[in-house]
Structures are given as structure tokens and as C-alpha cells.
Design a protein around this ligand. Structure first.
Ligand code: AMP
Ligand code: MG
Length: 496
């Protein structure tokens, strides 16, 4: 095999590497023994402009990092981050490499990055590797998030390395190829802010604006406008997470993107029975990243972002800069609340939910909480209740009187919508997934792959959660909750 393959339709234009020298280290993936393709995401490949068909063995070779494609310029990016509230001035790509940026025929730019491709100067004693379980978890959750229209990074490929990685014992190693609209994070800014490198911060801010919000290029106060932009994106993103019961689990500032995409599916999990303070992560003993803490942690992270920008906002008057940035972040919770009403309103079949609907949404959630009802089944039950009422929804609840009176109120509200019933059905069906990546099914899929080299459970789960709003024949089991004991004991671990 030659060392560098043809680009196969991928147009590389590595703006980060070309424009931001000093923000990364040029690096190479460490070669692996026996790369084998576990999964290839044809849809994502097409979106990137991929052409032709390479043998799985060649794809495995490229997307494990053994071989490169014309135009790739692999680098390890520098970043810092607040982890569980404490600042780490140097994190960086310790087990990842940005291979390059691909620009497709619609002029959309995407980062192509490997995760698990071997140690880098940022590895801090880590092995730079990933095990197959976390790689497949990231693949699954990303595809689900995309399917429910939540901004996310996505997987292009998963490749097993044929080598073992050692965690509590040996595990099969794997490499994920991640596609993201960029890997700029709050932590990228923190890296340079902590070093008081204002020139580099300025350069980074300009680069970010040019890449993610070029409409701000002519702004008189670009840093404040960027802050506002990111704040709005995060408010919307977190409201969407809440709507599907997603718990990120490790909302450190290095895991918050500037693009507004969800990134890093490590200890993430989905809520089963509705309990707002749910935490699954084994290391989150204080519940810092619990389901209901996510909006306020979002704001906390944005405040760290704002701090990085202060020196650029006003160099001569720090107090004025702080007050201007504070003012920009002030409406975050209002933006979040607006997005929350919109998302949850759609789950109730309302195309244009308003503040007046908030109480009805909260009453419904209160019913779920009181009766510890499965979050996903309850919402999906509303779809069936609207289409053809039966006892199915009531069977999830113990307090039937309260449910009946709430349902009456809901139907009255729907009758006031100036749309036809089919539109309401469509709204309900497209806002309430039947399938989510349920924790016990995700674990089963990952265990089968890890212990038995059996990818069938992964493939089945991937298929249903990639089209989660529709029925899948013979797959009803994947829509059922875990038993209460499993959920009560369920713990997730940071995905290394
Ligand atoms: P994460 O938990 O994936 O967000 O990673 C946090 C930081 O730890 C990043 O700087 C990673 O590159 C680094 N890291 C995580 N796992 C490993 C590993 N196995 N080897 C080297 N660095 C790692
Ligand atoms: Mg991370």
C-alpha cells in the first residue's frame, strides 16, 4: 500500500492548521496492528463529499490513522478547561487528532478527527487510546441526537485496532472518526486566556467569528456579539437535551463547543423514570451535572467563556468590560426558558407554544415525577392518546384522577390551535421519539461487542435510534424501559 491515498472526493482546506500556528502541535497517529472496519457511516460520508468505494480494509487503514489521504494535515489541538469546577490549564488532544477540515460542495466545513489514535504531547500520562465500548457509545448517541434534530458531532467510522487497551483489564481497542462543525471549545479560549496571550486570543476570536458567525465580522464589538451568539446557541441546545431526557454527564468547559454542537459522549445517559435530579456518572458524586442542573451549568460555562473575552472587550477599563459581558449573559435563562417552552410545547403538539402554556407543561412533568413514570413512554403515550384514546397511557400512572383532569385541559388547549388535527398528530409524532438509546440496551450492545465480538445488538440499536419516531417491526423490546433495579444501580464512567 502507498502511504498517501487519493482524496476520494474529500476537499481538504485546513484553516485551523494554516491560520492558527501556535494553537496546536503537528502530530501523527500511532500505527495499529490489525485495523478492522466496525462501521462506516455512508450518509455522513456522502455529506462530506466522499466518492468512490474503497475496500473496508483500506477504510480501516485510513480511519485508524495507519494511512493518510491527500490533503490531511494531522494536528493535536491545545485547550484547557474547567473540570468539575476546577481549572486545568492544559488538557488538549491527548488521544485525538484533527486530520483536517473538509469543505463539501455546499461550502459546508467540517472537522475530521480521530479519537483513540495514540498518545500526543497532551496525553499527560494517558495511553492515547480508546476502548471499543466508548467508541461505539459515541457512535450510537451521536446518531440518535442527529435523528432527533439535536446539534451534534457525528461518527464517520469506527475501526477496531486489533490491540488491547488496559483499563481495569484488557479491552479491545478502537478508533472513532468524529465529524464536527469545529472542535473549538470554551476550553480553547481558556488555554490562551490563562496564559494572558491576548494577541492569540484576538486571533482565535477572529477565526471563530469567520468560521461560525461571519455576519459578525463587521461588528463594532465582535467579542460581545460572539458571546451572545454562543449563549443563544447553548440555551437552545440544552433545552433540546432536556426535551429527550439527555444527561450529558460531564459538562466541563472543554466539552462545551462554540458551534453549539453536543460533543463528547462519555458518561452520558438518558433518563428513564422522570426524576429531575437524576445523575448516572460514577464520578459526579455531588450531582453537579444532574439533569436539572444542565441549564445553570451551561450559564456557568458561558461565564468562564465571558471571562476569557474580557481583556478583548475593553483593555483599558476592566470594570466596564465585565459589566458589558455580564449584561450579555443576563438573558441566558430567558433564552433557555423560551427554547424550553418551544421544545416542550411541540412535545404537547403545539406548533407555537407560549409562556401561557408553561404551567400546563410543568403540571404534566409533575404528574410524571409523582408517579415515577418512564419519561419517553409517557410522552409517546400522548401521541397515542391523541390519535386513539385508550387505557394505555393511564396504565403508566397510579393517580388516574389527576391524569384525567390534566388530559382534559390539554385537549381543550389543542382544540384552540388553529391547525387541523393531522398537523397536531405530525407535531406530536415528530417530537416524541418511540426509541431512545436506553441505557440497558446501550450497555448490552457495548458488552456484546467488547466480550463476544458480536456487533449485531449494536447494529440493531443503531438502526432503530437512527429513525426513532417510527415503529420498527420486531424491535419493540428496544423501546421498553429497564427494570427499576437496573436504573437505580446504573453508573456510567468517563469514556476512555
Ligand atoms: P474527555 O474526558 O474525553 O473530555 O477528556 C479530557 C482530557 O483527558 C482531554 O485532554 C483528553 O485528551 C484527555 N484524555 C482522556 N482519555 C485519555 C487517554 N486515554 N489518553 C490520553 N489522554 C486522555
Ligand atoms: Mg472532552
Amino acid at each position: 500500500m502507498t502511504d498517501e491515498l487519493k482524496a476520494h472526493g474529500l476537499q481538504f482546506d485546513n484553516s485551523f492548521a494554516d491560520q492558527l500556528e501556535g494553537f496546536y502541535v503537528p502530530w501523527k497517529a500511532e500505527k495499529v496492528d490489525h485495523p478492522t472496519l466496525l462501521h462506516w457511516n455512508d450518509t455522513v460520508a456522502q455529506e462530506l463529499g466522499w466518492e468512490g468505494d474503497l475496500q473496508p480494509a483500506v477504510l480501516a487503514s485510513v480511519f485508524s490513522g495507519n494511512q493518510s489521504i491527500e490533503g490531511m494535515k494531522p494536528i493535536a489541538q491545545a485547550y484547557a478547561g474547567h473540570q468539575f469546577g476546577g481549572f486545568s490549564p492544559q488538557l488538549g488532544d491527548g488521544r485525538a487528532l484533527l486530520l483536517g477540515e473538509v469543505v463539501n460542495s455546499n461550502r459546508e466545513r467540517h472537522d475530521l478527527a480521530l479519537k483513540g489514535s495514540g498518545p500526543t504531547p497532551f496525553s499527560r500520562g494517558g495511553d492515547g487510546r480508546a476502548a471499543i465500548g466508548p467508541v461505539l457509545r459515541e457512535y450510537l448517541i451521536g446518531e440518535f441526537m442527529h435523528a432527533v434534530r439535536i446539534p451534534t458531532t457525528r461518527a464517520l467510522a469506527a475501526v477496531s485496532t486489533g490491540e488491547s487497551v488496559y483499563r481495569n483489564g484488557p479491552l479491545p481497542g478502537a478508533v472513532l472518526t468524529r465529524v464536527a462543525s469545529s472542535h473549538l471549545r470554551v476550553g480553547t479560549f481558556e488555554f490562551f486566556a490563562a496564559r494572558r496571550q491576548n494577541d492569540l486570543l484576538k486571533k482565535l476570536t477572529e477565526y471563530t467569528i469567520q468560521r461560525h458567525c461571519p455576519n459578525l465580522e463587521q461588528s463594532n464589538h465582535p467579542e460581545l456579539d460572539l458571546l451572545e451568539h454562543v449563549s443563544r446557541q447553548q440555551a437552545q441546545l440544552i433545552a433540546k437535551w432536556m426535551s429527550v431526557g439527555f444527561i450529558h454527564g460531564v459538562m466541563n468547559t472543554d466539552n462545551m463547543t462554540i458551534s453549539g454542537e453536543t460533543i463528547d459522549y462519555g458518561p452520558c445517559a438518558f433518563m428513564e423514570n422522570y426524576r429531575p435530579n437524576t445523575v448516572f456518572s460514577s464520578i459526579d458524586t455531588q450531582g453537579r451535572y444532574a439533569y436539572d442542573q444542565q441549564p445553570s451549568i451551561g450559564l456557568w460555562n458561558l461565564s468562564r467563556f465571558a471571562e476569557c473575552l474580557i481583556p478583548l472587550v475593553n483593555q483599558s477599563d476592566q470594570a466596564a468590560a465585565i459589566s458589558a459581558a455580564t449584561e450579555v449573559l443576563e438573558p441566558f435563562m430567558d433564552h433557555y426558558k423560551d427554547a424550553w417552552i418551544r421544545e416542550f410545547g411541540r412535545k404537547l403538539g403545539l406548533s407555537n407554544a407560549a409562556v401561557a402554556d408553561q404551567a400546563m407543561i410543568q403540571d404534566w412533568l409533575h404528574l410524571l415525577q409523582t408517579d415515577q413514570v418512564d419519561y419517553t413512554l409517557a410522552w409517546r403515550g400522548l401521541v397515542d392518546e391523541w390519535k386513539s384514546p385508550s387505557d394505555a397511557l393511564a396504565s403508566l400512572f397510579s393517580n388516574h384522577d389527576k391524569l384525567t383532569s390534566w388530559l382534559q385541559q390539554w385537549k381543550t388547549r389543542l382544540s384552540q390551535e388553529s391547525v387541523d388535527p393531522q398537523t397536531i398528530t405530525d407535531t406530536l409524532e415528530s417530537a416524541n421519539p418511540l426509541f431512545i438509546p436506553r441505557n440497558h440496551h446501550v450497555e448490552h450492545a457495548l458488552e456484546s461487542a467488547t466480550n463476544d465480538n458480536n456487533l449485531e445488538p449494536f447494529e440493531n440499536l443503531l438502526r432503530v435510534i437512527s429513525a426513532p419516531f417510527q415503529d420498527h417491526e420486531g424491535m419493540a423490546e428496544l423501546a421498553t424501559p429497564a427494570d427499576a433495579e437496573f436504573t437505580a444501580c446504573y453508573k456510567t464512567f468517563c469514556g476512555t
